[in-house]
Design a protein around this ligand. Structure first.
Ligand SMILES: [Zn+2]
Ligand SMILES: [Zn+2]
Length: 89
C-alpha cells in the first residue's frame, strides 16, 4: 500500500501522518481508499471494518477509542463475514 499518498488528489505527505488529517479535512474521505464518508464516526467505523490490518498504530488507537463498543453493531452490518480477522482460505 502507498503510505503517504492521498488516494483522492494524489498529494504525497510522506510518513508523517499528516495525510490522515488531510484526506478527512480536504475531501471528507478515507485516507486508505478514498471512499467518502459523512461523519467522523463513520470514518472510524469504516477504518476498523475495512482497513483493520493496514491501519497505522496511531489511526487504529484513534479509531478504536472513538468508536468504542457502542457502534460495534455497525461493524457487524458492514462486514458480516470478515469479523475477527478470520482468514478466508
Ligand atoms: Zn488529497
Ligand atoms: Zn477506506
Amino acid at each position: 500500500m502507498t503510505d503517504g499518498t492521498c488516494p483522492v488528489c494524489g498529494d504525497d505527505f510522506g510518513a508523517s501522518g499528516a495525510l490522515s488529517d488531510h484526506a478527512w479535512d480536504a475531501h471528507d474521505a478515507c485516507r486508505y481508499c478514498g471512499e467518502e464518508l459523512t461523519t467522523e464516526d463513520e470514518l472510524y467505523v469504516h477504518w476498523l471494518a475495512r482497513h483493520k490490518g493496514e491501519l497505522s498504530r496511531v489511526d487504529r488507537k484513534r479509531a478504536e477509542s472513538e468508536v468504542g463498543p457502542l457502534t460495534f453493531g455497525i461493524l457487524v452490518r458492514c462486514s458480516p463475514h470478515r469479523m475477527y480477522g478470520t482468514s478466508d482460505e
